[in-house]
Ligand binder design. Structure first.
Ligand code: CFN
Ligand code: HCA
Length: 538
């Protein structure tokens, strides 16, 4: 095994050495070494504007709102108001899976768009938006329609909210709009926040119904990529939890409406759904805990904490039995594969939670993380909510309305008293707690926020990891450098990777990727042996 460079400060100097002074100064604040467990966690610059001119991995506000948070809902017509490209490129590329269920309602295979053109930019697009809503209604009779603004809509000033209001009155179904113009924030993160606000305002809690089940939970920030939510559902059901709503993998508008019937909110992706978790706690008195179903051990830990919350011995025992049974299956596969993956190295640069969550799965294979970073996460995702209990430090959130949420203790009794929460916290429930990425990564690992293309290439040259995890924009460039790339966004063709069966799928896929010999063959013959044909000019 080759020795890998470990002096992060030296490598950082090398990374920024060729940048113009101002750029180097700015990037330096977003690059730092990880820390050992228990050490103080340094401040990292994140959630700030990408430097114009550098090639970032980030997406836009529209992508975060339409593509990420609301897109996976299966029976809402998610209608893009904008040029066709925005609707087209946010259409199922994320591989969020859907099961139409008994009602058969599933609009996921459709891309709904107003297909704005120059004419609409000049004369306004509201008429076209109204017509598109009417057409969607006539053809599909959906329970709800959600409208999403793209950049030009904000520039020409179409009032999508007024159109939503009048069409809601006319058609008698829920219609709401999201002012999520692509340019609005510094990344897709702003779009998450907007979607959280609108879904809270217009959908969550709009139907008071009795939901059967003793242990009712919601899963927040789980999008069923590659079928992850299906595997989590399987495990929760086996343990005896009742899943009221998932936000938003394979979700329905009815699930959202009654989500306030749950007694616990579990948060899988903190970055994209923490706003709803906070607002539901304030309004409905539902506490939330962070969970992680990426990694077998992490899944077991999450299940234990969920069971502990309900303080029911039968549930706790059944959960333990499920964990024991599932971990046994997992162990057989780890024992087979780990000797082949032990000591291999990985780097992960993706999104706002997976670059952290997936470190668990690599560690289970004995692999070392050389470096990791998020594209658009905020300081709390890096430094932890223990360090930063407030989320109001967000650069992009300053542009986004803070909803006024009021508690209604008469109608919605807080599920636990302050004393009960404190007692459960002592047992390790850690309400609202969240370990950030930096703590525990170790001082020889590098943490980089909003990594750019230049830095990626440099890092690959320096570290030569056995596998690099990122997205489609990086995939082929990295592979051309002879390093396998696993897409951690859409899992390439793979998944699920969540839960116990997901962990097994992951071990097998990574084993194949880091042990294939094919990457040794990528040098063209003329790069190693000189030209194959020679000619002499006479
Ligand atoms: S599914 Fe999630 S898990 S929602 Fe978020 S922060 Fe994106 S679309 Mo790509 S894969 Fe990624 Fe996370 Fe949460 Fe996905 S790491 S970048 S906006 N993300
Ligand atoms: C997005 C969606 C994305 C992109 C993935 C990628 C996803 O940011 O709009 O860059 O490969 O998961 O599909 O994050």
């Amino acid at each position: 095994m080759s020795t890998k460079p470990t002096n992060v400060e030296e490598i950082k100097k090398e990374l920024i050495a060729k940048m113009p002074t101002k750029v180097a100064r700015k990037r330096a604040k977003s690059i730092l070494p990880g820390t050992e467990v228990g050490e103080p966690i340094p401040e990292i610059q994140s959630n700030v504007r990408t430097i114009p001119g550098v090639i970032t991995q980030r997406g836009c506000t529209y992508a975060g709102c339409k593509g990420v948070v609301l897109g996976p809902s299966r029976d809402i017509v998610n209608l893009t108001h904008g040029p066709i490209g925005c609707g087209f490129y946010s259409w199922l590329t994320r591989r969020n899976q859907t099961d139409a269920g008994p009602d058969g309602e599933n609009f996921i295979p459709y891309a709904f768009s107003t297909d704005m053109t120059e004419h609409d930019i000049v004369f306004g697009g509201e008429k076209k938006l109204r017509a598109a809503i009417q057409e969607a209604y006539d053809n599909f009779h959906p329970k709800a329609i959600s409208i999403f603004s793209t950049c030009p809509v904000g520039l020409i000033g179409d009032d999508i909210h007024a159109v939503a209001r009048t069409m809601q009155e006319e058609l008698g179904i829920t219609i709401f709009a999201n002012s999520c113009e692509g340019y609005k924030g510094v990344s897709q993160s702003a779009g998450h926040h907007i979607a959280n606000n609108q879904i809270m305002k217009h959908v969550i809690g709009t139907k008071d119904v009795e939901v059967e089940g003793k242990f009712k939970v919601n899963m927040l920030g789980e999008y069923n990529i590659g079928g992850d939510a299906f595997e989590i559902e399987r495990i929760l059901e086996k343990c005896g939890f009742t899943l009221v709503a998932t936000f938003s993998g394979n979700s329905t508008v009815e699930d959202f409406r009654k989500a306030h019937a749950a007694d616990l909110n579990t948060v899988m992706c903190h970055r994209s759904l923490n706003y709803v978790a906070e607002m539901m706690e304030t309004k409905y008195g539902i506490p939330w805990i962070k969970v992680n179903f990426i990694g077998a051990e992490a899944s077991a830990k999450s299940l234990r904490r969920m069971a502990a919350y309900f303080e029911d011995q039968e549930l706790i025992d059944r959960t333990e039995a499920v964990i024991a049974e599932e971990l046994e299956k997992v162990k057989t596969v780890v024992d087979e594969i780990k000797p082949r993956t032990d000591g291999k190295t990985a780097m992960l640069f993706v999104g706002g939670s997976r670059a952290h969550h997936y470190q668990e799965l690599f560690k289970e294979l004995g692999m070392k993380i050389l470096g990791a970073g998020y594209e658009f996460a905020h300081r709390d995702d890096y430094e932890g909510r223990h360090v930063l209990p407030t989320i109001k430090i967000d650069a992009d959130s300053r542009n986004i309305e803070e909803l006024e949420i009021h508690p209604d203790p008469e109608r919605f009794k807080p599920r636990k008293t302050e004393e009960e929460l404190a007692r459960l916290n002592e047992k390790g429930l850690d309400f609202k707690g969240y370990e950030g990425m930096i703590g525990g990564m170790g001082k020889d690992a590098m943490v980089i926020d909003d990594i750019n293309h230049y830095e990626t290439e440099k890092l690959l040259e320096i570290y030569k990891p056995d596998i690099f995890c990122a997205g489609i924009k990086e995939k082929y460039i990295v592979q051309k450098m002879g390093i396998p790339l696993k897409q951690l966004h859409n899992y390439d063709m793979g998944g699920p990777y969540a839960g116990f069966n997901g962990a097994i799928n992951w071990y097998r896929d990574i084993d194949r990727m880091v042990n294939t010999k094919v990457w040794n063959l990528i040098k063209a013959p003329w790069q190693t042996d000189g030209p194959e044909l020679e000619a002499t000019y006479v």
